[in-house]
Design a protein. Structure first.
Length: 94
């Protein structure tokens, strides 16, 4: 099971479960929960939980690929804020 991403879930359930070795990630809406065995490691924003899960996998490329869209979306939002800040700063200089 180590090194294997396993997706569990039932139809109609809004919670997604991902397992990697002894780590378990649960995502429901904007909340993510990460466990190592039965021990709670993290509970908070799903983006941060995904980052913790990727880190726990040793940056496994398969795990990164699985969450590529979520990570990309967050990065694009960050870049948009930077661009907006640059526009604002340029307006203030004028």
């Amino acid at each position: 099971m180590v090194g294997e991403l396993k997706i569990l879930g039932t139809m109609g359930s809004r919670t997604l479960h991902y397992n990697y070795g002894e780590y378990k990630l649960e995502l429901e809406s904007a909340t993510g929960v990460l466990y190592r065995g039965e021990k709670l490691l993290f509970k908070g924003f799903s983006y941060e939980a995904i980052r913790w899960f990727i880190n726990a996998s040793g940056d496994d490329p398969k795990i990164k690929e699985k969450f590529r869209n979520q990570l990309k979306m967050r990065q694009e939002l960050t870049f948009d804020r930077i661009k907006d800040k640059e526009k604002w700063n340029n307006k203030e200089k004028k």
